[in-house]
Design a protein around this ligand. Structure first.
Ligand SMILES: Nc1nc2c(ncn2[C@@H]2O[C@H](COP(=O)(O)OP(=O)(O)OP(=O)(O)O)[C@@H](O)[C@H]2O)c(=O)[nH]1
Ligand SMILES: [Mg+2]
Length: 289
């Protein structure tokens, strides 16, 4: 029987699909790359389906079926597949309303480098970003490294899964929407999703005492329907974010505050994100773009 649904988890050659007719029903479906991918695409997909993808399946029973067709995506957030040569991309998620760029104030320290790359990628993908700063309970004094992004007009939500600060505000913002939570390992994505949902959604890891980083506890992305049409996608911590669809010569347009001064022929090297801009530009130039 033909049915439609949404991909919730992707494994090698198989994916879990949540059925439209009943979001509590998951069907494990094999897929064949040749049947799904666009062979003429410039970039080859590391995996042909991603969490959030809409698919048509042929269901055999209540628990198994096969993916027959990938339905058109409204959007997708993509990066270069890490550790792979050539034009291979990793689709982090498809058909989402929000990309929740998740950071922590400390343990690990707030890292603007990844934030800037995600902001560029969401602009390219035309998906609304929300910047979440977790672990506010570790705040020392008035430090507010996200302020810069607030001033640029991005939506910022300081939260703490320990004290509950900001959790209700964030839950309200995401109501009825599909949101993918992305960021470095250990910032507290899984902890935050459990706090938002009110149920444990996955395993939570420790922070390495030696490196101050997370230990890559979540290994497979997972779309979680939490009722009322709200869906969260938990993802594994990211180390690198290689941009796709951006050239070095156009990069400055993704830094509106730098671009504005450049247009006016004024100096902009004193602005906070200048260093981040030059670093990303150098990386694109190294790739010959
Ligand atoms: N102090 C403090 N620690 C937190 C907070 N939220 C989460 N943690 C801790 O941060 C550590 C990492 O949490 P996870 O939820 O596993 O982080 P993650 O982002 O899902 O990590 P990966 O799955 O590896 O990408 C755990 O030890 C949590 O207890 C918080 O608000 N404050
Ligand atoms: Mg996790």
């Amino acid at each position: 029987m033909k049915k439609t649904g949404t991909v919730s988890e992707v494994f090698p050659k198989m994916a879990n699909v949540i059925l439209d007719e009943d979001e509590n029903q998951k069907v494990l479906c094999p897929y064949r790359r040749g049947q799904i991918v666009d062979r003429d695409a410039e970039w080859r997909e590391r995996s042909p389906v991603a969490p959030g993808d809409r698919v048509q399946i042929h269901a055999y029973g209540s628990k198994d079926g096969v993916i027959e067709e990938l339905l058109p995506r409204t959007n997708s957030i993509v990066r270069r597949a890490p550790g792979r040569e050539g034009k291979i991309m990793h689709t982090i998620a498809a058909n989402v309303d929000f990309v929740v760029i998740t950071t922590s104030l400390h343990d690990p320290d707030f890292s603007p480098g990844l934030v800037d790359r995600f902001l560029i990628a969401t602009t390219v993908a035309q998906i609304r970003p929300i910047l979440v700063i977790n672990k506010m309970d570790l705040r020392a004094g008035e430090e507010a490294p996200w302020k810069l992004y607030e001033d640029l007009g991005y939506r910022c939500v300081p939260v703490s899964t320990q004290t509950g600060e900001g959790v209700d505000t964030l839950r309200d913002m995401l109501k009825g929407k599909t949101s993918v939570f992305c960021g470095h390992s250990g910032v507290g994505k899984t902890s935050l999703l459990s706090a938002l949902f009110g149920e444990v959604v996955g395993r939570v890891g420790e922070i390495s005492k030696a490196t101050g980083k997370g230990k890559h506890t979540t290994t497979v992305s997972k779309l979680i329907p939490v009722g009322g049409g709200t869906r969260f996608i938990d993802t594994p911590g990211i180390k690198e974010f290689g941009l796709i669809g951006v050239d070095a010569k156009d990069l400055i347009q993704y830094f509106p505050e730098l671009f504005e001064l450049q247009e006016k022929r004024e100096a902009y090297s004193h602005l906070p994100r200048f260093e981040s801009y030059t670093r990303i530009r150098a990386a694109l130039e190294d790739e010959g773009r």
